[in-house]
Write a protein that binds this ligand. Structure first.
Ligand SMILES: Cc1cc2nc3c(=O)[nH]c(=O)nc-3n(C[C@H](O)[C@H](O)[C@H](O)COP(=O)(O)OP(=O)(O)OC[C@H]3O[C@@H](n4cnc5c(N)ncnc54)[C@H](O)[C@@H]3O)c2cc1C
Ligand code: SF4
Length: 519
């Protein structure tokens, strides 16, 4: 494994080792670029993973304090569900990988001027990203793409598919999953163990922890520093970034010099790092002269529908989210809202069942329903939410973290479009389960957000966003945004395939710019 001096100003420093950061590291290292990855979390191995919801949540989740406001439910213990560990949230994630639809890159053009929303078109098109989708799918071994078979459906999927057929849906299958349906890239096929979102204990699910990160290290060009929390990005008098100040496991401060800094801390940590790097030259924070850093935070229009079915389902068995209905994904304003949504299978583990399905529930009804655990079926709504200028990550200066820095504040209100979409999805989900004789159907409100996007978005014009179509900040040429914070709009599909495709594309750009000494 490579080891770089702190004073080596030729390295690219990547902050975060998840979907965006881990992919960028392996792509750049394979092109001969020297990389230092600073990762706040610890490094675990597959051998540390347990098939146990709560212990895994407590082991790898990002539980640093955040405050929150807005009309989303108050989520405890955190408004976001992300990870603090080498591999980032790709350790916890479920692996659903649909592509964006072409019109979703042109949201402003397609949906028009929606009052209360700040829609823009992406500065790139579906055609621009298509070759990178194909590279990302091959890298991740997406089932159902590139000639790889789809995963088999578990019982939860079979219930959803049977009901979907009855209500007239046609585009129903086990999804495009970053989970091996056959052995691939040295990793085994899924054994249907059913703990994907806790962390796959055999590595059938793609995670940068055991794919991109070791590949990057194997080039001899990449050093990963776990338990290294980036606190500040420094710059020179000309405004170019020059290095990253970070705290190691013991709390000792260091500065790693850098030729380029790429921030991939997920959609809260990324803008926070830019904001807290304020200076005399950048009094509002880095790349923030147009006051765009932290704005347009998106988290998808979500919610869940759970049905108590007439017979046993055992929804907790098998690949958790290999089940997808795509029929509502298109833009059809006759439904009363813009954009579309997916319905995806989801089970709830026993430990989180009550908290998610019926927050605050207690007593006779709850006890009666939980006895029917084996008869539950469940689906999750994943739809496009609209960017709003007030949905925003800011610094909460009333509270300090362990480094004495202001903690993040997350504000999120639903747009009326989001509410209409959720209500539509609730009634479609209900119809699916009732068509099969469900005894009872629950419509559950969103829980802590796993899909976090848009707080440093891409835009054609600096006044509309933070970075250009390569993720390069408009203001500072050697500072890049390399995670889901780049998203101009959320689109309906789960975000990670697009994060990975953008990271591969960004690596090409950075390597070319370095080779021509443009950066
Ligand atoms: C339960 C669950 C299920 C999910 N399922 C899906 C799915 O099916 N499909 C899908 O597309 N997406 C899914 N997601 C979302 C997906 O995991 C994220 O979209 C993706 O991992 C985001 O990638 P990222 O690079 O932006 O950030 P992350 O993968 O979260 O990586 C960010 C990393 O940066 C580190 N970091 C942050 N700040 C600092 C700092 N200051 N210094 C150093 N390091 C720092 C963090 O510790 C973390 O390791 C799911 C998420 C959850 C929680
Ligand atoms: S179901 Fe498959 S992907 Fe999920 S945890 Fe089990 S083996 Fe891993």
């Amino acid at each position: 494994m490579a080891k770089f001096e702190l004073g080596n100003g030729n390295v690219v420093v990547i902050i975060g080792s998840g979907a965006g950061g881990g992919t960028l590291a392996s792509e750049l290292a394979s092109k001969g670029v020297d990389i230092v990855v600073l990762e706040a979390g610890k490094r675990y191995t597959i051998a540390d993973f347990k098939n146990d919801d709560l212990s895994m949540f407590n082991l790898i989740s990002w539980l640093d304090p955040m405050s929150q406001s807005g009309d989303i439910a108050k989520h405890r213990p955190t408004p976001l569900w992300t990870c603090k560990t080498v591999g980032g949230t790709t350790v916890h994630w479920a692996g659903n990988c649909p592509r964006f639809q072409p019109h979703e890159f042109k949201a402003r053009t397609t949906y028009g001027d929606v009052p209360g929303a700040s829609l823009i078109d992406w500065p790139l098109s579906y055609e621009d990203i298509l070759p990178y989708y194909e590279k990302a799918e091959a890298k991740m071994g997406i089932s159902g793409r590139g000639g790889r078979p789809h995963l088999p459906g578990n019982n939860n999927f079979k219930v959803m598919a049977a009901g979907a057929k009855r209500v007239g849906y046609r585009r129903v299958h086990t999804g495009y999953m970053a989970i091996n349906s056959v052995p691939y890239d040295g990793r085994p096929a899924c054994r249907q163990i059913g703990f994907c979102m806790q962390a796959c204990a055999i590595g059938a699910k793609w995670s940068t922890l055991y794919t991109e990160i070791p590949k990057a290290e194997a080039t001899g060009r990449c050093e990963v520093r776990p338990e290294s929390t980036a606190l500040n990005i420094n710059h020179d008098d000309g405004g170019r970034v020059t290095g990253v100040v970070y705290a190691d496991a013991a709390g000792t401060m260091h500065e790693q010099k850098a030729r380029i800094v790429a921030v991939a801390g997920n959609a809260v940590a990324t803008p926070m790092l830019l904001l807290q790097s304020e200076s005399g030259k950048y009094p509002k924070g880095l790349a923030n002269s147009t006051d765009q850093v932290g704005r347009y935070y998106m988290r998808h229009t979500t919610g869940s529908v759970f049905g108590i079915m007439p017979g046993p389902v055992y929804w907790n068995r098998g690949t958790q989210m290999a089940g997808l209905i795509e029929d509502e994904a298109g833009h059809d304003p006759s439904r009363g809202f813009g954009g579309g949504y997916h319905l995806e299978t989801i089970p709830l583990g026993f430990a989180v069942f009550g908290a998610v399905m019926m927050p605050g529930a207690w007593g006779e009804t709850y006890a009666r329903d939980i006895e029917k655990y084996t008869r539950f079926a469940g689906m999750w709504i994943c739809g496009e939410d609209l960017p709003q200028t007030k949905n925003r990550i800011t610094r909460d200066t009333t509270k300090k973290d362990r480094f004495g820095l202001a903690i993040p504040h997350v504000h999120y209100d639903d747009h009326v479009n989001d509410k209409r979409m959720r209500n539509h999805a609730f009634s479609q989900g209900r119809a699916i389960y009732e068509s099969l004789g469900a005894e009872k159907v629950y419509e559950a409100t969103p829980f802590a957000s796993g899909h976090n996007m848009g707080s440093c978005r891409m835009s054609q014009r600096p006044e509309d966003g933070v970075c250009n179509k390569w993720g390069q900040t408009h203001e500072i040429a050697n500072l890049f945004i390399s995670d889901g914070s780049q998203f101009s709009t959320s689109a309906a599909p789960n975000p990670t395939l697009t994060i990975v495709a953008l990271a591969i594309r960004q690596a090409d750009y950075i390597a070319n710019q370095m080779a021509t000494r443009t950066i």
